[in-house]
Design a protein around this ligand. Structure first.
Ligand code: FAD
Length: 493
């Protein structure tokens, strides 16, 4: 009977939490083990004085009732009790000479703005906005479905497949070359992920224009709290501050986990929603291989890690855009291997839960692929590590000060996290912020959730679905539990 069967889930990020909820709903006993003292993994924020500093949520696909993925979020949390903000202006890019480009979420307004900034690119602009309009309600690709359900999902996607295929197989860097206007080019090419498929960006614009990618007030932890509440209401338990050291395998069958205390937790199934590299190499000791993962770890590109400089400002900043990219006159040095042409600031003037009235939480994200340098510095030389953090903060404040004169005087809190922080708190490979990048090489596909020759084991989370993000946690958790139900002949509830 499923009621007597037990699933151990490793990691209480969004994927592990969703897996635990689905497992409970299908009648399994669940034990969710998390190394940190709270749930969320990368979907987190932290309080410093009067301020809360968010790291994850820019948007949540599935925020609109009736929109793509909304029904699935309803399965795991009270999504309708979250309050979403749909920005009119998603992003503003400015250079230091005063030129600016606004990326509006309304596609008509976006088209008008792009045409006014880069009339020489009219043809490409019209292609872009046509694609955004077409993809507004694109269903998510089916994962974990079989038989008729899979066919039906593919059929729904059929009219859009040629466009999806074309956009999935061109990188943002190459897509940007189609534009002659320097600001338009920079919008596509300036980021830290020029190999990202153009599809990923254009889909985001489409979801935002369909008001189905809102920002949840309270940030990512508001979503996480809602999933944790659902899990607890279903009788699920989370054990915090406990590390899984090893997945127990007998006769090529996963049968539990060994915790850092030495305790053995037996189980009928193990779902790892922890980091993909650590799962395969540390938790399973490198004994089980899948060619798809071997290829991914050898050739795919992961999302970068990041330094986050967070500032608590005693200023309202109410007229400023929520997301502001400042193009620098000269490259900005993050660490010995990383130079950026632009700095991205998130100005949380739209989230009253992050600062008292009249004050604003601001975060600057500095992507870097040099996580080994940051982790090494933290480990080997605490003074040099603090100095590097201080340098990053000073340089960010300098750039912001040119845009918001006098801002230094309003700073009440400075907080710097680094790739070493990401690795310490979430264990993500190379401190990656989102797992595998969706690139022309990965296309729209997913990685396997099971491993050849290993029974009763599944993986979930952003390391099995290129493109990552909170939806990847939801979707891969859902398909993992569906697969378990199929094998146990249990109806997926
Ligand atoms: C700066 C930033 C911005 C982002 N913006 C967005 C956005 O706007 N929208 C969006 O949808 N997504 C966004 N993302 C991506 C999103 O946060 C992640 O893709 C998603 O949260 C990953 O969830 P996960 O459960 O797969 O992995 P994780 O969040 O990494 O969770 C894994 C969990 O496993 C635990 N764990 C690891 N090893 C062990 C072990 N041995 N024992 C016990 N526990 C273990 C970790 O502590 C962690 O809690 C953003 C991410 C970042 C960093």
């Amino acid at each position: 009977m499923p009621g007597e069967r037990k699933i151990v889930v490793i990691g209480a990020g969004i994927a592990g939490l969703c897996a635990a909820v689905y497992a409970r709903k299908c009648g399994y006993a669940v034990e969710l083990v998390e190394q940190h003292d709270r749930a969320g993994g990368l979907a987190t924020s932290w309080r410093r004085g009067d301020y809360v500093f968010e790291t994850c949520m820019h948007w949540l696909v599935g925020s609109r009732p009736g929109g793509v993925l909304h029904a699935e979020w309803q399965e795991v949390c009270e999504i309708d009790s979250l309050r979403f903000v749909d920005h009119d202006e998603f992003l503003r890019i400015e250079d230091e000479r005063g030129a600016q480009l606004c990326i509006y979420t309304d596609v008509g307004r976006l088209e008008a703005e792009l045409l006014s900034v880069g009339p020489e690119d009219e043809n490409e602009i019209r292609h872009l906005t046509k694609a955004v309009r077409q993809l507004v309600d694109l269903p998510m690709p089916p994962i974990g479905e079989s038989g008729l359900a899979r066919l039906a999902s593919m059929f729904r996607m059929l009219p859009d497949l040629p466009l999806v295929w074309r956009l999935a197989h061109i990188s943002l860097g190459d897509y940007g070359l189609r534009f002659r206007n320097p600001l338009l080019r920079s919008f596509f090419r300036d980021g830290a992920t020029p190999n990202l498929s153009a599809l990923a960006l254009i889909l985001s614009l489409a979801w935002m224009s369909g008001r189905n990618a809102g920002y949840a007030i309270g940030g990512s932890q508001a979503l996480i709290r809602s999933v944790v509440d659902r899990l607890q209401a279903l009788g699920g338990t989370i054990r915090y501050e406990i590390r899984v050291e090893r997945i127990l395998v007998e006769n090529d069958t996963a049968c539990g986990v060994v915790l850092d205390s030495g305790e053995i937790v037996p189980a009928d199934w193990v779902i790892s929603a922890a980091d993909g590299h650590a799962t395969l190499h540390a938790l399973l000791g490198g004994r089980y291989h899948d060619p798809a993962f071997d290829k991914a770890f050898a050739h795919y590109e992961a999302f970068p890690s990041y330094v986050q400089v967070s500032l608590g400002l005693a200023r309202p900043l109410s007229g400023e855009p929520g997301y502001l990219t400042l193009r620098a006159e000269s490259p900005f040095e993050v660490d010995p291997l990383t130079r950026l042409d632009a700095l991205a600031f998130r100005i949380f003037n739209y989230d009253p839960t992050f600062a008292p009235a009249g004050k604003t939480a601001v975060a600057c994200f500095l992507p870097t692929r040099n996580s080994a340098w940051w982790a090494g510095l933290r480990h080997d030389d605490a003074t040099a590590y603090q100095a590097a953090k201080h340098r990053a903060a000073e340089a960010v404040i300098e750039v912001l000060g040119r845009r918001l004169p006098g801002v230094r005087d309003d700073i009440e809190i400075v907080d710097v996290s680094t790739p070493a922080t990401v690795i310490r708190f979430t264990g993500n490979w190379q401190g990656s912020m989102e797992g595998w990048l969706m690139t022309p090489e990965t296309g729209f596909g997913t990685l396997p959730q099971t491993l050849p020759h290993l029974k009763r084991f599944l993986m979930a989370g952003h390391w099995v679905q290129p493109g990552g993000g909170l939806p990847s946690g939801l979707m891969t958790a859902r398909s993992a539990v569906q697969a378990i139900c199929r094998e146990d002949h249990v109806v997926f509830a």
